[in-house]
Design a protein around this ligand. Structure first.
Ligand code: HEM
Length: 405
């Protein structure tokens, strides 16, 4: 990260937010930027702002008229695609959310519990007696991806394709041009796949899966067309898979290195829901962006219409002005009113499902493999704009497998 002179009273840095860096680099960078100033400019590519404090990040989410969701990737201020509902504004967004809401209510997602638990147990049982695993490949990438396939009514045999596309869209590393090129190619492949599924569901309507349900939605009094259905499927794919994998990866990376926290979870599983909130707070993975619709000001810095603004949630969550001893993980932190799922009209639609997936994974894993530590190997990296982790090598005494219920 290099620094040059301030513009418009705001410090300027140059760093690639997609850099494939050793795990912890991104958290450290945003912690450092927050100490330095409430808003900084990153001069890479066309340049964009980074807001660093909880109060200003929250206020930006809560003013969607000034800060549009039409563009949510800092390198793509003029996207020629839509991700529904993520890149919608105003009434169109509201109409989608109103109809999607019931599909993601606590009651609706509870219906997936048996499938989710079965899948967790299946994956853990396959490795418990081995005494070691690469947690991301063997568990964390497969688990939410298979739940997504179930939610969308797609065959589990397509898991490998989805994991490949997911990698290229969300874990791209390298120069801005390389990242965008790989994302574009993979998004094309996902679109083509879903176009076939949508056509098939139109032929056989009335299913219980999310695609069939969305085909019954009305937007401005008309059914959703094929293009918008495709944009909806693509967004569900991007929003629901990697977020859970990354949060699981960082949580297990933490637990493998903090036996005191792990013992508390093993001895007192009722702590798991509080622990999950704290993982989502302290390692808040998403770095959403917005685009200014008019000339405005953030934390005293003038921002012009059309400029992009990144809102790193980890920086908001680790701000001492909002949370006591904010950069410290406290397994029983309460209250914990974090914004790891975002805030304002675009707050995560899948938060109830995500919490259940994380809870079931932590419960079932620790029943079967309560004691584990990091294995030897290459230091893990965090590719892409979000926080995340590409590999977590875990080792344990396989005899623990015999104690499983
Ligand atoms: C730990 C896991 C997860 C985290 C941390 C997370 C975080 C977020 C965040 C921060 C946003 C707001 C983005 C913005 O304001 O631009 C968001 C939006 C969204 N999330 Fe999640 N998410 C998770 C899991 C899921 C899951 C499992 C699903 C569904 C299967 C999901 C579906 C969505 C959707 C559809 C949106 C867009 C909402 C809108 O634009 O109105 N998320 N998520």
């Amino acid at each position: 990260m290099t620094m040059s002179e301030a513009v418009r009273g705001c410090p300027v840095h140059t760093f690639n937010p997609y850099e494939n860096s050793p795990v912890g680099t991104k958290l450290a960078r945003y912690d450092q930027l927050r100490e330095e100033a409430p808003i900084i400019r990153n001069s890479i590519a066309q340049g964009y702002y980074v807001v660093t404090r909880h109060e200003d990040i929250l206020a930006t989410f809560q003013d969607p008229e000034t800060f549009s969701s039409r563009a949510v990737e800092v390198f793509t201020p003029e996207p020629d695609y839509r991700w529904i509902p993520e890149t919608l504004d105003g009434d169109e967004h509201f109409q989608w959310r109103r109809q999607l809401g019931p599909e993601f209510s606590p009651k609706s997602v509870a219906r997936l519990d048996d499938t989710v638990r079965r899948r967790a147990i299946e994956l853990i049982d396959a490795i418990a007696d081995r005494g070691s695993c690469e947690f991301m490949a063997d568990f964390a990438f497969q688990y939410p991806t298979s739940i997504f396939l179930e939610l969308m009514g797609l065959p589990i045999e397509h898991l490998d394709h989805f994991m490949e596309w997911e990698h290229d869209i969300l874990h791209g590393s390298g120069s801005a041009e390389e990242v965008v090129a790989r994302q574009t190619a993979a998004m094309g492949a996902v679109n083509e796949y879903f176009a076939g599924v949508i056509a098939e569901r139109r032929q056989n309507p009335g299913g219980e899966d999310l695609i069939s349900k969305a085909l019954e939605f009305q937007i401005d009094g008309a059914p959703v067309n094929d293009e918008d259905m495709g944009s909806f499927c693509l967004l569900m794919f991007m929003a629901g898979l990697d977020t859970v994998s990354a949060t699981l990866g960082l949580s297990f990376y933490h637990l493998a290195q903090h036996p005191e926290d792990r013992s508390r979870i093993v001895e007192n599983p009722e702590l798991i829901p509080t622990a999950i909130e704290e993982f989502i707070r302290v390692y808040a993975i998403v770095v959403p962006s917005r685009k200014a619709t008019r000339d405005t000001e953030i934390a005293g810095c003038p921002v012009k219409a059309g400029e992009m603004i990144a809102l790193p949630l980890n920086s908001a969550s680790r701000d001492d002005a909002a949370f006591e001893d904010a950069t410290t993980f406290k397994i029983d932190r309460s209250p914990n009113n974090h914004i790891g799922f975002g805030a304002g009209p675009h707050r995560c639609l899948g938060s109830h499902l995500a919490r259940r997936e994380l809870k079931i994974a932590l419960e079932e894993w620790h029943k079967r493999i309560p004691h584990y530590r990091l294995g030897e190997g290459v230091a893990p990296h965090e590719p892409g704009n979000m926080l995340g982790i590409d590999a977590v090598s875990l080792v344990w005494e396989p005899a623990q497998g015999a104690t499983r219920p």
